[in-house]
Ligand binder design. Structure first.
Ligand SMILES: [Zn+2]
Ligand SMILES: [Zn+2]
Length: 205
């Protein structure tokens, strides 16, 4: 689906969203069947070759197909080492475990202030709590914030992810507040969360 001229997106079975922006894939779906959707998205966006894969965190509803896409497309995976190298989460059955026993071959650790050459530039924010290595991506020139699961949009409001799903709920709350404040203070137009659907901030109550 097309959100606007810059952003293509789709959603998997767990209402998990993935985004294709400027040739970069952000999150990779929940199940192997989301692969088909990702391929269709590339077609829709007329992208022959991906530039890279960014993973907001290692939960299997966001990172399931990353390894396969990285191998078949020959592109690098970018994520935070706390999720992909150092930690093994209690319910991360996918990449994190894999990474621990078999380090990802084409992987780069990114942390605060790392900049991706996506659109006018995209900056990494480390937003721990939901997972220790959760990241958000801030597009300062384009007014876009990709939040992963560090922030949710529910009933027209920005909300913290449910406590039950957070590894450290106090950090998750801090990270949520920080993201919500940046979005408001900088007047960002577009929020791309990890679930449900992307929104324009003017739609929020
Ligand atoms: Zn998650
Ligand atoms: Zn999720």
């Amino acid at each position: 689906m097309k959100f606007d001229d810059r952003i293509h997106w789709d959603r998997g079975m767990m209402l998990n969203c993935f985004y294709l922006i400027d040739g970069w894939l952000v999150d990779t779906g929940a199940l192997p069947r989301d692969m088909g959707k990702i391929m269709r998205l590339m077609k829709e966006a007329e992208i022959d070759k991906l530039e890279g894969i960014v993973l907001t965190h290692s939960h299997p509803d966001h990172a399931a197909n990353a390894r396969m896409i990285s191998a078949t497309e020959g592109v690098r995976i970018y994520g935070h080492k706390f999720d992909f190298i150092e930690e093994r989460h209690w319910y991360c059955v996918n990449l994190a475990e894999y990474a621990e026993f078999h380090p990802l071959e084409n992987y780069k650790h990114v942390d605060c202030d790392y900049r991706f050459p996506i659109l006018g530039g995209a900056k990494v924010l480390h937003v721990p709590g939901h997972t220790r290595g959760s990241i958000a991506i801030e597009f300062e020139d384009d007014g876009i914030m990709i939040t992963g699961d560090a922030l949710q949009v529910k009933n027209g409001r920005l909300v913290k992810p449910p406590s039950l799903l957070n590894e450290r709920d106090d950090s998750a709350e801090k990270s949520f507040n920080r993201l919500a404040r940046i979005i408001q203070e900088k007047g960002y137009d577009t929020v791309l969360p990890g679930h449900r659907k992307p929104v324009h901030t003017y739609e929020l109550s």
